[in-house]
Design a protein around this ligand. Structure first.
Ligand SMILES: [Zn+2]
Length: 1074
């Protein structure tokens, strides 16, 4: 369970909605591979991974799954790292004809070393892109054009619903069966403003085709169009448990969207999108406005599916090393059942005509009562850049311009806005070309009323100045190198490469444009580079700023004002609507509604019969490798420093981590560590300003980041607490990489008081956003801080305690800057030392040897020992139930306890059981019948903490009761061998998650730090594979400790907390946070 503190990653209006909330930790824990190591990585906003590259491709919603976002760079059309183009199996014209397709075009795409063929299914017109290469991580996706006419959330509710049972798979949720029992490397679905995507990925061919079949059947033949219950469950319904009680709204999407509409950043993004395109489908919310969702009828829902979920309106993507003929065969089975439909015409997106005059909008958003509301305004300026699609070179140039203006803390527009002191932080700013027409926006939050105008003027005058003066050549070089590096590295993190390519391609293909074009960036990039070299960057970028921004009258300015009444007003409005509904019902109606509520609940809580479950294809245990994946690791020594080397093919890139021990750091300095990290990256040295230093990093490396890391270590009282410097570069530039690391660590001066002040206010803004958007993460951190030392350390650097610390620190920066500055120096002296340092390197063997000298030099420059003696970490928060108050329409509810305290000894079966609890008990009770967007549990094998968490949850005490029932659920569990096998396979899928080479090297380091040996991994694997029903029952005893001795923490609305404390005499200690 890896905890991160999320940062500035942007979320724009174009972000899709996911079908299920990917648990915040899962994507990251896979990158440690340390069987869910409880490593909390506290990141700072300037870490390399978060640099924004050309803003193309998917923006993974940052609900809390920011881990995905962090690793996923935007310009994702990148080469699969293989040797020169081999030939791939081909589908002949005749073979295609026989199966009912015509070959439209075929190209070898050198950028991704793939052969891509576009087919057209003759009968329906469905287009199929078949991409063949050596990538074992196979991807399938089906994408439908689904433009909504209103904000009832039709496409979003349908996206949730089609995965709830289909013709061939008539069970409640085949999707969940796949989540439980497949080896998928990706499984989800998302709704964009104008399209809906259903992607899956797997490295196992049999598993892959199973996933494909379930998805195809779901999309074309879902049960939900005949079953109003699914619509009610996923969309909305009235809930009435007893005629004497009040009626309420329930529904998974309804509550998911209530969460979205509780976050000011999200509200701003939606208003911006709707205001900039008022006349076409982008003028409404495809996700659904909670006020409008209850207006949606089942008939409209059915009609929408009939109209748009048709092969004629679909685009299908296949990618990977499987047989391309097999792909067409599978598809024919489905496509041949349909005739052509007129849907492609009805689903066409009409462009928004450009405005002749700019417009201005003032809106309110729900805010808490505390804090200085005068300083909580938000401003956003948006431009719609063009009526027609742009050519690829112009798009690339705009992406480049975006990186130059906003991509790093040193980028002028970002820097000037933040340094102005007019606001706290930027919100989702930049170029976006995911929808039909490209957009550009700049937004700032934490602005005081009287500064709103000034921010607008500053944005405009800075853009003007950039058009007039251009960018300096160092900055252009840095941006170019950053972009080229990311192209070469092609690092999509835990996101499959084939999916990232699909999302690139579909962004044009969906509008009937060339699907190959977005994949071929080399030539236009070369041309752009040549133009910059010949004409100078100013000649390239200034006309772009003028044409698309300054002289563009399609500009929308939005001002958002905080309104402390709004949340309760909305609640009151909803209540009054529901009261009217109730008043309009007869006694019989009410009895009928209560009966229907009960019927729905019973249906939801009744498990599928075994026959139905059996129809979902799954693997056998014999399909599963018996051994874990081993990462080649050689442990050596340079001048007394332990060095781990991983010889892996990395396409000529070197990845290096230098790890320092935090064992000499004074307790009171701990909460300053994240700001210490940001200061290292963003303060500059005696000779180099921070802008110059940042540009040097951009020009010579692939990025450097610094962050603290903490975890419990199983069987030890002392936590693992480290400070990590992580960087990457081309192998030939490793010397520069280590020189720059040294420069950051040893030469940066902590003298810039004004910049430090900005860091503090940005961090406050970020933490406040985190409370609203990832309250479950805040709750989890809080519980961990009560239960173990590593948790306490992490909470000090990224939880509610950290927010409290920052608020005090903000005042202190003016009063005692000297003191803070010398504390930062003291942190440096306590951390930097050769003694206790560990280095981890991932590259090919030759590079590993070549870089040794540079590494040696770097290590020689480090001080021998840290200053100050060893300290003992022993902090904990007092054990108590806490409720953290924020203005929200939905809650986050957690409960946790330490199962090792019962004498339980770790067994691999614990992973199977915990996954099973998440995907059955909690999914059914917290999500399906409870109406929350997510409910899950997590077991940290290092500390023994078992925690339950819910996400965007309309309930509070009810959810805690469900958690408490887990032990009884396990005791009463009945399970046939097939279900058990599925649970085991799904767990292996998590443990064996697909990793790119850098992630493999990093995981190996994490295991080393936490003392997880390969022998232990093998033993765990055997235990997982032999898990029995008895293990589940035995585990019930251990898990009861959470019920009996656990702590509960909720991040919730004041009303719900009051109600809970009334119902259960002051169960919670109340803490106000926002
Ligand atoms: Zn959703």
């Amino acid at each position: 369970m890896l905890r991160t503190v999320s940062c500035s990653a942007s979320l724009t209006s174009a972000s899709p909605f996911f079908r299920f909330f990917p648990r915040s930790y899962s994507s990251l824990s896979s990158s440690t591979g340390a069987l869910r190591g409880n490593l909390r990585r506290v990141s700072n906003p300037s870490s390399a991974g978060r640099r924004v590259f050309l803003r193309r491709g998917l923006r993974v919603p940052s609900v809390a799954g920011r881990g995905v976002n962090r690793q996923f760079s935007r310009l994702s059309v990148r080469a699969v790292a293989t040797q020169p183009a081999p030939s791939y199996p081909d589908v002949g014209q005749d073979e295609a004809e026989k199966l009912g397709y015509e070959k439209v075009s075929e190209e070898f795409i050198s950028e991704c070393k793939s052969k891509a063929t576009l087919f057209r299914h003759k009968k329906t017109g469905c287009e199929v892109m078949s991409v063949s290469n050596e990538d074992e991580n196979k991807v399938f996706g089906i994408v439908l054009r689904t433009p909504p006419k209103d904000s009832t959330g039709i496409p979003h509710i349908l996206e949730h619903s089609v995965l709830c049972g289909s013709r061939k798979y008539p069970l409640k949720e085949p999707f969940v069966e796949l989540l439980k029992g497949s080896l998928h490397t990706f499984l989800n679905a998302f709704t964009y403003p104008d399209r809906t995507c259903y992607p899956v990925a797997s490295t196992n061919a049999k598993d892959f085709y199973n996933l494909v079949d379930v998805y195809l059947d779901a999309v074309f033949f879902p049960k939900c169009v005949d079953d109003v219950h699914t619509f009610q469950q996923e969309g909305w319904h009235y809930e009435l448990n007893d005629p004497s009680e009040d009626i309420s709204y329930k529904g998974v999407v309804f509550n998911e969207m209530k969460g979205v509409y509780s976050q000011p950043d999200n509200i701003l993004g939606r208003i911006a999108q709707q205001a900039i395109s008022p006349d076409n489908t982008y003028g409404v919310d495809s996700g659904g406005d909670p006020k409008d969702i209850p207006k949606l009828t089942f008939q409209e829902f059915q009609e929408f599916h009939r109209k748009f979920y048709h092969p004629s309106n679909a685009r299908i993507w296949f990618y990977g090393d499987d047989d391309p003929l097999q792909r067409l065969r599978i598809l024919s089975e489905y496509l041949d059942m349909f005739e052509a439909s007129p849907s492609p015409d009805t689903s066409k997106i009409v462009p928004q005509k450009l405005f002749s005059e700019p417009i201005r909008i003032v809106e309110k958003y729900p805010a808490g009562r505390d804090g200085d509301l005068k300083k909580k305004n938000m401003v956003c300026i948006n431009w719609l850049l063009s009526e027609k699609a742009l050519d690829l070179e112009t798009q690339l140039a705009l992406g480049f311009l975006d990186h130059l203006m906003l991509g790093t803390p040193a980028s002028p527009l970002r820097k000037i806005l933040l340094e102005s002191g007019l606001g706290e932080a930027l919100v989702s700013s930049g170029m976006s070309d995911e929808l039909l027409q490209p957009q550009f926006s700049v937004s700032m939050k934490g602005v005081s009323e009287d500064n709103v105008q000034k921010v607008e003027e500053l944005i405009m005058s800075t853009l003007k100045k950039l058009a007039e003066e251009g960018f300096d050549s160092e900055a252009v070089e840095a941006s170019m190198n950053t972009i080229e590096f990311s192209l070469r590295e092609n690092n999509t993190g835990s996101f499959p490469r084939g999916l990232s390519l699909m999302l690139q391609s579909i962004a044009k293909w969906i509008y009937d444009m060339d699907p190959f074009e977005p994949l071929k960036y080399t030539e236009p990039l070369k041309a752009l580079k040549a133009r910059i070299a010949e004409e100078g960057s100013k000649a390239v970028f200034s006309p772009l700023i003028e044409q698309f921004i300054l002289n563009n009258s399609h500009r929308v300015t939005i001002e958002m004002q905080p309104d402390p009444e709004k949340a309760s007003q909305e609640e009151a409005e909803e209540k009054s609507i529901l009261e009217k509904v109730k008043a309009g019902m007869t006694e019989e109606d009410l009895a009928e509604l209560a009966r229907a509520t009960e019927e729905l609940r019973l249906k939801q809580e009744t498990p599928d019969p075994p026959e139905a479950l059996r129809c979902v294809p799954s693997l056998n245990l014999s399909d599963i490798p018996k051994e874990p994946t081993y990462v080649p690791t050689e442990v050596g020594d340079i001048n007394g420093v332990k060095v781990l080397r991983h010889d892996l093919f990395t396409n000529d890139i070197v990845y290096a981590e230098v790890v320092f021990d935090m064992g000499s750091l004074k307790h009171e300095l701990l909460p300053l560590v994240p700001l210490f990290c940001q200061s290292l990256m963003e303060m500059g040295t005696k000779d180099l300003s921070f802008v110059q230093l940042n540009q040097l990093i951009g020009r010579k490396t692939g990025g450097i980041s610094v962050y603290p890391l903490t975890s419990s270590v199983r069987g030890k009282a002392e936590p693992c607490s480290k400070f990590v410097v992580r960087g990457k570069s081309m192998a030939g530039r490793a010397e520069d990489l280590f020189n720059l690391m040294n420069c950051l660590l040893q030469e940066v001066q902590f003298t810039d008081q004004q910049r430090f002040k900005q860091f503090v206010s940005q961090s406050i803004a970020r933490m406040e956003n985190r409370l609203r958007g990832s309250g479950h993460g805040v709750a989890a951190a809080r519980m961990d801080a009560m239960l173990n030392i590593a948790g306490w350390m992490s909470e000090q650097m990224g939880g509610l305690s950290y927010l409290e610390f920052l608020r005090t620190l903000e005042k202190k920066v003016d009063e005692d800057w000297e003191g803070i500055s010398s504390s930062l120096e003291e942190i440096r002296r306590s951390l930097l030392a050769r003694n206790g340092c560990i280095v981890n390197m991932t590259a090919d063997g030759k590079s590993l040897t070549n870089i040794e000298k540079s590494l040696e030099k770097f290590l020689d420059l480090l001080p021998e020992n840290p200053s100050g003696g060893l300290v003992t970490w022993d902090g904990r928060l007092p054990l108590r139930n806490e409720a953290i108050v924020i203005p929200t329409q939905v809650n986050y509810v957690g409960k946790a306890g330490n199962i090792y305290s019962t004498g339980y000894e770790l067994d691999g079966s614990a992973y199977v059981i915990s996954k099973h609890i998440s995907t059955t008990w909690l999914w059914d009770r917290v999500r399906v019948s409870g109406g929350a967007y997510g409910g899950f549990c997590d077991f940290d094998s290092h500390s023994g903490v078992f925690s339950f968490l819910s996400y965007r949850d309309p309930n509070l005490l009810k959810t805690l009761d469900i958690y408490d029932g887990t032990g009884d659920f396990l005791r009463g569990l009945e399970m046939d061998q097939e279900t058990l096998t599925k649970a085991i396979i799904g767990t292996i899928g998590d443990v064996d998650s697909y990793q790119l080479p850098d992630a493999k090297g990093y995981s190996s380091l994490m295991r080393h730090l936490l003392g997880v040996t390969d022998e232990e991994r093998q033993r765990k694997r055997e235990e997982i594979l032999t898990t029995s029903l008895k293990d589940f029952k035995d585990f019930a005893e251990a898990i009861d400790v959470v019920r009996d001795k656990g702590v509960a923490v909720a991040v919730a609305s004041a009303e719900d907390i009051d109600a809970a404390n009334n119902a259960r005499s002051n169960f919670f200690e109340v803490k106000k946070a926002l």
